[in-house]
Design a protein around this ligand. Structure first.
Ligand code: ZN
Length: 247
């Protein structure tokens, strides 16, 4: 399984650093996971080669480029149709309300929407994906990706609470948000993780490797990696736009 980091900037994009978005590839299967602003333009392949879209939650830094995709895939001489979109139900409600497109509209032609939540398992080509509810302020899913007995867990946005760690157990790679630095008790918002919490949780679930993502542009990323490494007790990788890692 190959993961291209399209964007990993936390909360908002800056030039050269789109917000949350990845292209996950296994064989001929390509899935765009999280559609943060800047990621549609930054896909490393022609967007028509994307077989399906998975979105963790409704916050704009994870879904705003669904609008870019809608315009690019629909408003052209030969529109795409039936692109599978997997996300919590609330994502579809928000997107269709914003665009004022109901059943029977071009939005419904373009996307084949499938709500996902805790316990759901789907197959997209050569990839198996399982979902669980995360600790965030709106309905958010974490996802466990599997192919050829290799596994990755992606947190989306989350705090440390809830049962989601069970689905991350023993993964080869944990792609984990790290929105804060410093002590967990100093967090301004409980539904995100510090870099040290990311490291602690990755160690607790037995992740083979930790890749940090969702670090806001105003932080020194080296500090986040350092704090995560102290907690994980092993080297930590940073999700960098334009780079990829193999699972
Ligand atoms: Zn976010």
């Amino acid at each position: 399984m190959r993961v291209d980091v399209v964007g990993a900037s936390g909360t908002f994009p800056v030039p050269g650093r789109p917000a949350s978005g990845y292209l996950i590839t296994q064989g001929e299967t390509r899935v765009w996971c999280d559609a943060g602003p800047g990621t549609f333009m930054g896909l490393p392949v022609d967007s028509d080669m994307v077989d399906a879209v998975v979105v963790s939650h409704q916050h704009p830094d994870h879904c705003a480029d669904l609008f870019a995709a809608f315009h690019a895939w629909h408003y052209r001489p030969e529109p795409r149709n039936g692109v599978p979109l997997y996300a919590p139900e609330a994502v579809w409600e928000r997107i269709s309300e914003f665009l004022e497109k109901g059943p029977g509209s071009e939005l419904y032609d373009l996307f084949d929407f499938n709500p996902v939540w805790t316990g759901d398992e789907i197959t997209i080509g050569e990839l198996e994906v399982r979902f669980t509810e995360m600790d965030h302020s709106v309905p958010t899913v974490g996802s466990r990706w599997e192919a050829n007995n290799r596994t990755m867990f992606f947190t989306g946005d989350t705090g440390p609470d809830g049962d989601w760690r069970e689905l991350a157990r023993d993964v080869d790679v944990m792609l984990c948000e790290a929105s804060y630095q410093g002590a967990p008790e100093d967090k301004a918002y409980s539904h995100h993780l510090t870099a040290s919490e990311a490291g602690e949780i990755a160690r607790e679930v037995g992740a083979g490797r930790l890749v940090l993502t969702h670090i806001p542009p105003y932080y020194d990323v080296a500090k986040s990696v350092h704090e995560a490494e102290l907690a994980f007790d092993r080297p930590v990788t940073l999700a960098t736009p334009g780079a990829h890692f193999d699972v």
